[in-house]
Design a protein around this ligand. Structure first.
Ligand code: N01
Length: 534
């Protein structure tokens, strides 16, 4: 703690996921004192909580990793093309050990309030353990997808069996052997969890409200040859990744051609090639899939054809075929998802027209039918991007509550600072590429930008940094305009907040990592002229 200062530390960092860990490392490396606060018992963030079976990252491990330390990226050995949760959590722990990060954090502690004192120019943060800590800077590294969303079904507490949410999975795991299991939700988490749960369960019933597009991950062991060849030129590999729209895909051949210009044979062959390549990159099989409904429909029809081929029962296949825009909700990737429905003990119930009415002591009721279960798994997603920030009850300058300021949706400048909340930063917040890009790349970019900005401001003798209201308004317009050139606003996704009842519908992430990077570089080159300092 800093001595002779009217505050405890220079900065409070909320969260010990990849964002909070790197923020802490870089701040302390530059001589700032900082206190981290983390609700979990250890580091890892998303990867600490998401221990559900089948959980793995859909960004390749050589890219979903830190690049700030060459020794770290050279020495760490990934075992698979896409790392699973356990391996990523091991990596997070390794980073915490290597850079001695745990000593800066208090674990098992949640922030329950943060208030800015205009006179003293400090943030005062209170916790559920009864502590109050003061700091010049408040840095929210709370993650994009960390506040779970469980629908408020009537009768929730009546159910006598066990319930779990994929994003809050018990450390000791769950034994599904021989059990009657329900999974509610078929987004990325449900689609990953369903195949391994089906392998164990006596009977599995999946409740699907919206069919999702999923591309086989085509996961496989990472060969030494592949790993070494990337490590031999890791900087170039990272630089290529940063030039990609979502900050990953360094070695990936994006096809910029239009699907509308291709012959039916060329289309089929290209889609087949990208399907076999696997994962999220399927969206890049043609250049216009994310911007033209007509083009997108070709990709949709290709995936529907695959579902028809894979799923033996035509009625089940029909139910699994999405009728939405491919990639509008986040594209899923899987290991044997559609195949799972060929097992006789796996059932699919469409709840799009007849929603789940309630839970009762034995299970759940939909369309007047009672389904009995031992275990219900909620794969029902998150209050994304804003949920974990707003939960902290942040009150800024002149008593302005963040929840009031963001009542119509989050507004900020660069996704980093919001006017009226001096010296408060959000890492990968709404308004930045956040969940539309490789999050570790976005995290490093933000932590470095924030540190450089604080150092610059301190060197000039300023005590406060603020976002300017005009810049903020223009930024939000830019974020909206960029989204309007894509198909993202055409469905009820969590990017829009549409999955949480009562949440304002605003498209939150900034589309296009390379342009965002250019903007940040320009802001630095212009000596942060668009910020306000005092
Ligand atoms: O959550 P989701 P998720 N009755 O919101 C359904 C990242 N992630 O945890 O679509 C019935 O996508 C809901 O239905 P609908 C990734 O960014 C990454 O799966 O709203 N169903 C939907 O099917 C991802 O996008 C990885 O109609 C209800 C599901 O629940 C994000 O996390 C792995 C319902 C929620 O899907 C979130 O994914 C996992 C109700 N009342 C997650 N309410 C990888 O890296 C909701 N649903 C691979």
């Amino acid at each position: 703690m800093t001595v002779n200062n009217p505050y405890d530390v220079d900065a409070i960092v909320v969260g010990a996921g990849f964002g909070g860990m790197y923020m802490m490392h870089i701040l302390t490396k530059h001589g700032y004192s900082a206190q981290g606060i983390e609700r979990a018992s250890d580091v890892g963030g998303t990867w600490y909580w998401n221990r559900y079976p089948g959980c793995q990252c859909d960004v390749e491990s050589m890219e979903y990793s830190y690049q700030f330390d060459d020794d770290l990226q050279q020495k760490w050995e990934w075992t698979k093309r896409y790392a699973g949760q356990a391996e990523i959590l091991k990596y997070a722990n390794h980073v915490a050990d290597e850079f001695k990060l745990r000593r800066h954090f208090m674990f098992n502690t949640s922030v329950d309030g943060a208030t800015y004192d205009d006179d003293r120019e400090i943030w005062s943060v209170s916790t559920d353990t009864g502590k109050t800590i003061t700091a010049r800077f408040l840095i929210m590294a709370t993650g994009c997808l960390s506040t779970t969303n469980i629908p408020d079904f009537p009768g929730m507490s009546d159910f006598k069996g066990d319930t779990y949410h994929t994003g809050n999975w018990p450390k000791e795991g769950v034994d599904f052997s021989g059990k009657k299991v329900a999974v509610i939700g078929t987004g990325s988490s449900g689609i990953q969890a369903i195949p391994p749960i089906a392998q164990q369960a006596g009977e599995l019933t999946v409740f699907q409200r919206t069919a999702a597009y999923s591309i086989p991950a085509q996961n496989r062991p990472l060969t030494d040859e592949k790993q070494n060849s990337i490590k031999a030129n890791y900087d170039e590999f990272r630089a290529r990744g940063a030039m990609s729209p979502a900050a990953f895909g360094a070695d990936f051949a994006f096809n910029m051609g239009s699907v509308l210009d291709a012959t039916p044979e060329e289309r089929q062959a290209t889609f087949e090639e990208f399907w076999n390549y696997g994962g999220f990159n399927f969206l890049a099989s043609f250049g216009d899939l994310s911007s033209s409904l007509e083009a997108n429909e070709f990709a949709c029809e290709f995936v529907r054809g695959k579902i028809r081929e894979i799923v033996k029962d035509p009625a089940t296949a029909e139910m699994l075929m999405p009728d939405t825009v491919l990639g509008c909700k986040r594209l899923c990737s899987d290991d044997g998802y559609y195949e799972t429905f060929n097992s006789p003990h796996v059932h699919l119930v469409d709840v799009s027209e007849h929603p789940i009415e309630r839970l009762n002591d034995k299970g759940l009721v939909t369309n007047g039918t009672e389904y009995k279960f031992d275990i219900i798994v909620f794969a029902t997603g998150y209050d994304a991007l804003t949920g974990s920030i707003l939960k902290c009850n942040i009150v800024g300058s002149k008593g302005l509550a963040l929840k009031d300021k963001w009542a119509a949706g989050p507004s900020n400048y660069l996704g980093l600072m919001t006017t009226g909340f001096p010296n408060m930063f959000t890492i990968t917040g709404p308004g930045s590429p956040s969940a539309l890009a490789n999050l570790i790349t976005g995290i490093e970019q933000h932590a470095e930008f924030i540190t450089t900005l604080i150092k610059w401001s301190d060197a000039k003798g300023h005590t406060t940094i603020q976002a300017d209201q005009l810049q903020e308004d223009q930024w939000i317009e830019t974020v909206n305009t960029r989204a309007s050139h894509t198909l993202y606003p055409t469905c009820n996704s969590w990017y829009l907040g549409a999955n949480v009842p009562g949440k304002p519908r605003v498209f939150m992430p900034y589309v296009g990592f390379p342009d965002y990077s250019k903007k940040l570089k320009q802001v630095v080159a212009d000596d942060y002229a668009e910020f306000t300092f005092a």
